[in-house]
Design a binder for this molecule. Structure first.
Ligand SMILES: *[C@@H]1O[C@H](CO)[C@@H](O)[C@H](O)[C@H]1NC(C)=O
Length: 264
């Protein structure tokens, strides 16, 4: 009985990932190698952005990687725009196709929240920027009132149903009640089972992560009434990886040797 229930829950995640393929009659997650090399990737609303080991910034347009001006070690795309972090941990926002520096310092940032951004600094302090500052850039001198969150995380990512993070010892946390007006959320961190090195929330709320061994996992059973989900399913088709991001039925995977895979 318990085994049946668990396997049903496990299948739920895979089915969510593979719904298009299953409908078309194919079986299993299929990964296709994409030309190029990246260190980090972020995808949202049909857009694909990434950075390589030389801090060059790329976006996929018409099937071709197009380099953007500037240098970043981390880039994010989402409902809250396109933001990045350079090697000195300075923060940039793409405004009118130019990188505008934003006050503050972070090592990682995420634009997946609904009209807010969030990230962590080198001391693993956690910050978010509410709706007004995130979407209402008014030129030089525009205020950026970063709000601190209690706790410590090395990676933090947000989506429509909440935010997920991992701490220095790879423990996993979810935070609910996060809104454009209250990006800090309400209540406490809820610890989730498992260990991951990085975690990303997709545009529709699905959650994927990579552990220290490079294995890729998808969170099962996430619904608006249970945003923390129910368990993890390993996606062994992805191979040894270091970074993932999910959008529109595609899981983009960066392998440990910086190759790019598009899995669907
Ligand atoms: C990570 O979270 C766990 C669970 O709350 C905690 O025991 C551990 O001390 C945390 N690690 C760090 C480095 O904060």
């Amino acid at each position: 009985m318990e085994t049946q229930r668990q396997s049903a829950v496990m299948r739920a995640c895979v089915i969510a990932v593979l719904v298009q393929l299953l409908l078309s009659g194919s079986q299993g997650l299929q990964c296709r190698e994409v030309a190029g090399q990246l260190r980090q990737i972020d995808v949202s609303a049909g857009q694909v952005f990434g950075t390589d080991t030389a801090d060059a910034i790329f976006t996929l347009y018409g099937g071709t990687w197009t380099q953007l001006p500037g240098a970043l070690k981390h880039v994010t795309v989402g409902p809250s725009g396109i933001w990045g972090i350079n090697s000195a941990n300075a923060i940039f926002k793409l405004v009118d196709a130019n990188w505008v520096q934003v006050p503050g310092q972070l090592k990682q940032i995420d634009a997946g929240g609904v009209q807010f951004v969030a990230g962590v600094n080198t001391a693993d302090n956690i910050f978010c920027l509410g709706q007004e500052a995130t979407v209402g850039y008014k030129g030089p001198g525009s205020p950026f009132p970063w709000q601190g969150l209690q706790g410590a995380l090395k990676y933090y990512s947000c989506g429509p149903l909440g935010c997920w993070g991992v701490n220095a010892t790879e423990d996993i946390f979810v935070r609910m009640g996060v809104t454009p007006q209250q990006c800090q959320g309400t209540g406490d961190w809820q610890q989730v089972d498992g260990k991951l090195s990085m975690i990303e929330v997709g545009s529709e709320g699905s959650v994927y992560g990579v552990n220290a061994a490079g294995d890729v996992y998808c969170r099962d059973g996430i619904t608006s009434s249970n945003p923390a989900g129910t368990g993890w399913t390993q996606l062994s088709e992805c191979g040894k990886s270091k970074h993932v991001s999910f959008d529109l039925g595609h899981l983009w995977v960066i392998t440990q040797d910086n190759r790019i895979q598009d899995c669907s």
